[in-house]
Each structure stands twice: as structure tokens, then as C-alpha cells.
Design a protein around this ligand. Structure first.
Ligand code: G3H
Ligand code: 13P
Ligand code: NA
Ligand code: ZN
Length: 297
């Protein structure tokens, strides 16, 4: 639940580590990640976008969330690690309300970062109020600034770096538990070389928040492809949640594709999928909460 996850973030802030938030679209990626995390004796933070929920529910996001929620819970019982679910880049307030009511996720990200500042505040605040009204312990992540690239329904042509003073006002007004910032990362496969990665800005944002008595964990989106030394730098400045999607999608899909292409007569889905799942978690260098693996994407 959200209360337990909040404790993990408290520890992360104290000790300077980050939790990788891994997107899943379907059970095989989830099982590969769970096996990998268990081998490292690391807690695991899985996340699903609205698109991933609709995919799992064949168009019905609530059905998809329930199905995946059950799947995750059932498989997680086989392991001793903590497994949490975050709802990534949510935009539909009605769906968010259902998520809170179902009490499946430990945290939810409301992404209104494409809206002007005041609307972003109002929408994010509305979600925080939903949680309060439901007396739920689910944590709310909101975003300020704009991350370039494509993520689910949101496409941003341009990056807007997060302003430290605005970040203070934003957290203060919304009451968000976590803040996603834009400091030069990019969503998706097309990682541009045109953006400057700015750990110094993460540091300024963290400092500005602290100056106002706010100890808000920061979130880095678009983290596939960020090099381990760059990520370590970010972790020093309040980044506690490191979002990766592209890395896992890429690994899983390429592996399955390669296996099926090698054998044109391969027709038994479980065989190919199982191989892909194995290769996926064997080749994924796992990070316990405290470290980051070397991403090839
Ligand atoms: O997530 C995107 C980072 O900006 C990665 O930058 O491809 O230059 O390592 P890079
Ligand atoms: P990547 O596209 O870099 O994997 O980022 C994923 C992400 O930020 C999900 O919220
Ligand atoms: Na652990
Ligand atoms: Zn993201």
C-alpha cells in the first residue's frame, strides 16, 4: 500500500538511493522483472499507463487494471520482496477515481504537465483531494515542466525545464506527495542528443523545496539510456523514483523477435515467450533499491 511505499521513499531520501519504476504492458514483462528483482532481493515498483491498462483489458482500462492487479498480487505471493504498483501518466480523472476506489495501486501519477501552470495546479490538486475524500493512503505524483517525447497519450515536441521557485509553489498548492521534474531526459526510443541533462537543476529544485520545509521525493522520467554515473549524480539531489519503460519494452520485444526469426517453424507461443522472459531477466542487470543497472537503450 501507499503507506509502506512512503516509508521506502523516506529511506531513499535519507540514504540517497532511488527506486526504479518499471513499466509493464503485460504479464511476461512483469514476471521477468519480478524474477530479476527477487534475485537482487530488491523491492519492485511496477507501473502501468492508461494504454497498458486498456491493452490488458482489451479496451476496458478498469478490467485491465483489475486483471493485472490480481496477476501481480498472485505472483508476488511467491516472493519475499515488496511489490508496489504505480499508475503512470494518468490523465483521466474518472479512471483515477476508480483506481482509488478499487485500492489496487500504491501510487498514482496525475500528468497535467501539458496544461498551463494554474490548470496543472488545479487538476493535480483535485486528485489530491480525491485521495483525501476517500481517506486513502495512495500517494500522488504530479509533474511540473515538460519532458520531450512520446509517452502513452501525451506527445511533447519540446522540453521545458522545471523552474525551482515554481516547483515550490506547485508542491505547496497541490499537496502532491512526489514531484516529477524535467531536467533534460526524454521519453521513448528517440533519445535526442540535443538536450542537456541537468543534475544541477535537480539540486536547485531540491534546495528550493527544502528552503521551504518541503521534503518531497523527486521523480525522473525518461530514464532509459541515462548513464549510471549521470543517474548517481541525480540520486544525490532528491531523485527517489527513476522511471523506465523503453528499456524493458525493447529488451523483451527484441528478444522474442530474434528467437522467432531464428526458427521460422517456431509456433508454440509459450516456448518463445518463456525463452524471451528468461533472456529478459537474465540479461537485465538488476538494481537493488540502492543502485542502477547499465541500460543499453
Ligand atoms: O533519457 C535521456 C538522456 O538525455 C540520455 O542522454 O542518450 O546522451 O545518454 P544520452
Ligand atoms: P523511458 O521512455 O526513458 O523508458 O521513460 C519511461 C517513463 O518515463 C515512464 O513514465
Ligand atoms: Na530489499
Ligand atoms: Zn514518464
Amino acid at each position: 500500500g501507499g503507506e509502506e511505499l512512503a516509508t521506502v521513499y523516506d529511506e531513499a531520501l535519507d540514504e540517497g538511493f532511488g527506486l526504479i519504476a518499471s513499466n509493464i504492458a503485460e504479464p511476461n514483462i512483469m514476471m521477468g522483472l519480478m524474477e530479476g528483482a527477487d534475485r537482487m532481493d530488491s523491492d519492485l515498483l511496477l507501473q502501468m499507463s492508461g494504454g497498458a491498462c486498456r491493452f490488458a483489458g482489451d479496451g476496458d482500462a478498469v478490467a485491465g487494471l483489475k486483471a493485472m492487479g490480481n496477476y501481480i498480487e498472485t505472483i508476488a505471493e511467491r516472493y519475499d520482496i515488496g511489490v508496489f504498483l504505480n499508475m503512470d501518466h494518468q490523465t483521466d480523472l474518472e479512471f483515477i477515481e476508480q483506481q482509488i476506489e478499487l485500492d489496487i495501486p500504491s501510487s498514482i501519477m496525475i500528468d497535467a504537465s501539458h496544461e498551463p501552470f494554474d490548470e496543472n495546479v488545479a487538476t493535480s490538486r483535485e486528485v489530491v483531494e480525491m485521495v483525501e475524500a476517500a481517506d486513502s493512503d495512495v500517494l500522488i505524483e504530479a509533474e511540473l515542466g515538460q519532458i520531450k517525447g512520446v509517452e502513452d497519450e501525451i506527445e511533447a515536441e519540446e522540453a521545458f525545464y522545471t523552474d525551482p521557485e515554481q516547483a515550490v509553489e506547485f508542491v505547496d498548492k497541490t499537496g502532491a506527495d512526489l514531484l516529477a521534474i524535467s531536467v533534460g531526459t526524454q521519453h521513448g526510443v528517440a533519445k535526442g542528443k540535443d538536450l542537456e541533462l541537468r543534475p544541477d537543476l535537480a539540486q536547485d529544485i531540491r534546495q528550493a523545496l527544502r528552503d521551504h520545509g518541503l521534503d518531497t521525493p523527486l521523480v525522473l522520467h525518461g530514464s532509459s539510456g541515462v548513464q549510471p554515473d549521470q543517474l548517481q549524480e541525480m540520486l544525490k539531489h532528491g531523485i527517489c523514483k527513476v522511471n523506465k519503460d523503453t528499456r524493458y519494452q525493447y529488451e523483451y520485444t527484441r528478444t522474442a523477435y530474434d528467437l522467432y526469426s531464428e526458427d521460422p517453424n517456431a509456433i508454440v507461443p509459450p516456448e518463445g515467450v518463456e525463452d524471451a522472459r528468461d533472456t529478459f531477466f537474465n540479461e537485465t542487470e538488476w538494481s537493488p533499491n540502492k543502485d542502477v543497472f547499465d541500460p543499453r537503450v
